[in-house]
Design a protein around this ligand. Structure first.
Ligand code: AMP
Ligand code: ZN
Length: 137
């Protein structure tokens, strides 16, 4: 198992740093975020240290996504959440602060204070089409 001795999430996985673990399987661990955005905010990480979305192996990504689904279902059933956001931050500019891949599982409630981080407004169709060209297979 690849670990980084400086990484706080590796330390949590190893049990060397305390955390409120809520789910574990062969590939992943889920634990409570210490700065919860809402009640039940959890993080799901691969046990193997990987920096971010661009570096994680596809099977590891799938394992983390499956654990996140387990945690999301529990939030709906046991915390009476009304919805769930899954969030990943990849890169400092995208708000990543811990460089061990993780998915945030954020339970949502009708009266919670969270807001969309962008203001939805129609894009310029030509610009959208030009950008699509760059992203298409
Ligand atoms: P991100 O900013 O997407 O990299 O998310 C990192 C998250 O890790 C933040 O929401 C922090 O609150 C959370 N966090 C940092 N240290 C710990 C820790 N020791 N235990 C649990 N959550 C942590
Ligand atoms: Zn790590």
């Amino acid at each position: 198992m690849t670990t980084d001795p400086e990484c706080i999430f590796c330390k949590i996985v190893a049990g060397d740093l305390p955390a409120e673990k809520i789910h574990e399987d062969d590939e992943t661990v889920a634990f409570m975020d210490v700065n919860p955005g809402t009640r039940g905010h959890a993080l799901v990480v691969p046990k193997k240290h990987t920096k971010d979305l661009l570096e994680i192996e596809p099977d590891q990504l799938a394992a983390v996504a499956q654990s996140a689904q387990v945690v999301a279902r529990r939030a709906m059933e046991r915390l009476d959440a009304d919805g769930v956001n899954l969030l990943n931050c990849c890169g400092e500019e995208a708000w990543q602060t811990v460089f061990h891949f993780h998915l945030h599982v954020v339970p949502r409630y009708v009266d919670d204070p969270l807001q969309l981080p962008w203001i939805p407004a129609p894009g310029e169709p030509d610009e959208i089409a030009r950008t699509a060209k760059l992203l298409r297979d």
